[in-house]
Every structure is written in C-alpha cells, then in structure tokens.
Design a protein around this ligand. Sequence first.
Ligand code: ADP
Length: 455
Amino acid sequence: MFTVIVFILLWVCQIFFLENFYERMKIKDVSRAAQLLLSEYETSDSREYNELLEETAVNHDLCIEICDKFGRPVTSKKILGDCLIHGRYNNIYGFLERIDASDDGQIYYKMKNTRSNYDMLIYGCAIGDSDNPDGYILLNTALVPVGSTVTIIKQQLGIITALLIIVAFAISLYVSSRIAKPITKITESAGNLAKGDFTTKFKGENYLEVKQLADALNYAEKELSKVDTMQRDLIANVSHDLRTPLTMLKAYAEMIRDLSGDNPKKRGEHLEIIINETDRLAMLVNDMLDLSKMESGKQKLSCSEFDIREKMICIIDRFKGISDKMGYHIHFTPDTERIVCCDVVKIEQVIYNLINNAINYTGADKQVYVRQINQPDGVLIEIEDTGDGIEEDKIKMIFDKYYRSENHKREVVGTGLGLSIVKAVLKLHGYDYGVKSVIGKGSVFWFRINQNLST
Ligand code: ADP
C-alpha cells in the first residue's frame, strides 16, 4: 500500500503537473537573474558588469539585453539558440510601454517562437524609477517542451512502478511470514500446553520480542508444571496420609466389635490406637488448615512481648512425657532472659515442630540439643540432632509442602507439613532461618528472632 501511494504521488507530480512546475520554476529563475542584474547595475563598473552578464546568461540559459529608455540597445549577451530580443521582435516599443504601465515595473509572458517549435518566456523590467526609467533589462529564455520528457518519464516510471510493486509485495510477504510464522508456532504450542502437555517447548525465532514471548511462556510452563506436580503430590500424599489412619481406625474398630469387645485390656489397647490415629488425622487436618491460611495471607500476626527463655523451657517441658517414655534426652542451653516481641503462638509452633523433628530424626543415642544464643540485635535459636543428616540437594526441598524423605519410617509421626509451617511463620515474621547438616553426624536447624523488627 505504501509503495502504491508513493507511486501515485510520483505519477501525479511527474506526469500531470510537470509542465506547470517547469514554467513556474523558469519564471522564478529568470526573475531572480533579473533582480541580480538590477542590483548590480548601479554599483559595478562596466567590465565587471559585462562579466556578470556573461555569467548570468550562461548559468541561466538566457538572452539578455540592456537598453536605454528609448529602447536602443546598450549592451547585450546572447547565448546559443533563439533570441527573440536580439531579433528585435516587431513591437519592442509596445513591450517597453507595457513595462512602464505595470505596477511593479516588471512583466513576463509566454510567446510562441515562430522560428522553432517551442515557446519562449519573455521577461522585462525597468531600471531605476518605474515611472521614469533609466533603461530596461530584457531577458528571454526558451521553454523547452516537456511533452517528450513526460513520455520518457512515463515509460520509465511504468517499468519502475511495476518492478517495485512486485518487489514490495514479495518483501511484505517475506517479512509477514518471518513475524507470523513463529507466532503461529507459539500459538500451536500454547494450544498443546492448554491441553496439559507440559513437555511442549516454545521456540522464539527471528525477532527479539518473539524470543522474549517464548521465554516468558517457557517460564510460565515450567511454573505450571511445578504446580501440576505439586498438586499431584499433594493428592497422593494427602490421600496416603488419610487412608493409612482411616484403614487402621476401621481395622481396630472391627477388632473391638468382633474380638476384644469383652476383653477390657485388649479393648483398651485397641481404643488407644484408635485415639492415636484420630490424633494423627486431626494433626494433619489442622496443619493443612494452618498452612493454607498462612499462605493465603489471611492469617495476621498478633505480636506480644514475652521472655523467650521461659517460653523455650515451657515447650521443652511438653516433651518430658515422650522423653521419659522413649528415652530421648533434650539438652537445653539457655542464655539470659530476653524479652522478644512476636506472635507467641506461631513461634511456639515453630520451636515445637523443630524439636519434634529433631526427636524423630535423631540418631540412636537419642540426644537433642537446643540452644538459645542472645545476640546484640536478636536471639538465635538452634536445634541440633545426631541423626543421619540431610543431603545437600534435599535441603532445599525439605521446606516444601508435603516433602518427606523417601526413607522416612511410618513410626515417625509426621505430615510432611511441619517444616512448611516453620517456613511460612518465619517468612511472615521476616526472620532468617536455615539448616546446617553433615551427613552421618546430624543437622542443626536455626532461626533468628530479629529484635530490630520486633521491638
Ligand atoms: P515430616 O517430619 O512430617 O515428614 P517435615 O516438613 O517436618 O515433615 O519434614 C520434611 C522432611 O524433612 C522430613 O520428611 C525429613 O525427611 C526431613 N527432616 C526434617 N527434619 C529433619 C531432621 N532433623 N533431620 C533429618 N531430616 C529431617
């Protein structure tokens, strides 16, 4: 379209208005030359003026004649070709009278040259006062007919137009295909992705923008695929964690009905198992609820001031029952009393979960070490166990929802949500946390209660 518009303009200017343009240009050119000659007439000496006449005649393709007020030639310059003034065409006096009669002391008009087949432009202007002139400058130039030029241009333009329209069409086809092709491919891939094919790859070709679009879509696909895997894991884990206690509940309930109903000792044992499994189920559901609330941002922190040392002693006390019963030993190394300000219930849950994990995963010596280390701008809490430790590549994953190491034992009561809750709470508070682990020696889980933020 652009090429067609350019050519329409070119045709209109070159073919239809060429003659008009040419004449106007010629008139302007001649009048400029006359003005120059007029301005130099008084100031230059005759030799200089002669040179100027010569130069102007050649440069502007003109016949020049300067005549006195009676129309007698004073000096003249003639170039090759027809010169009407030098031919002293019939009515030179009539021409001079018309100059006198004109408002601004100058006239021009087109005239048929009887000796050749093209027109002449005659121009005349008065020297000095136009009412009583000292003389006249007369110029004439040939108006070369543009008809033949137009015919040549027409033929050339015709060929160029046809060629360029074909080339422009080919270029636009090529360019549009270069842009459109990768986009079409990306659209196809997006269709596959929408159908759930996460193996599809977006390829961006040719253009930076298309490449960026492809990169963004590849990234989105990776994230979607992660969500998809997580969703699948979640369903698998939740259904597994729900099914196991449910199966046991059913089995023990049936045993009580059919076998141990009349045996108080056995019935008591079976009821104990049912209660434990119900606790496990309740714990799972509570953890899921807590975590989803925290992650959706619905749960706000309700901060209060408390002594962290006292709180830790209190939490460790809660493990006394299990420690005594199963032979675990929790060594607490307290620091001095320190008042911190944070959500006490949630931080309690963090410490509880970490100690619980340490007990679950500690080594055969059943030792767990808990430390409170006061620092100038916070309190560092460390929970150490003597277990197998965690491999480097697993450390990143253990804080993920429902991640449980493949070799965890069923005796280890857990939901795979404990560390996710730890992470969510600490992130909500803006506290640093982490794990240092040595394979075969054990792990140290730590977090830092920041007092600059909390006080
Ligand atoms: P759960 O303990 O219920 O499995 P968590 O989110 O608390 O879930 O822990 C996730 C995983 O991190 C555990 O399955 C275990 O593999 C690993 N883990 C957590 N704490 C420790 C620890 N102290 N030592 C070794 N591994 C641990």
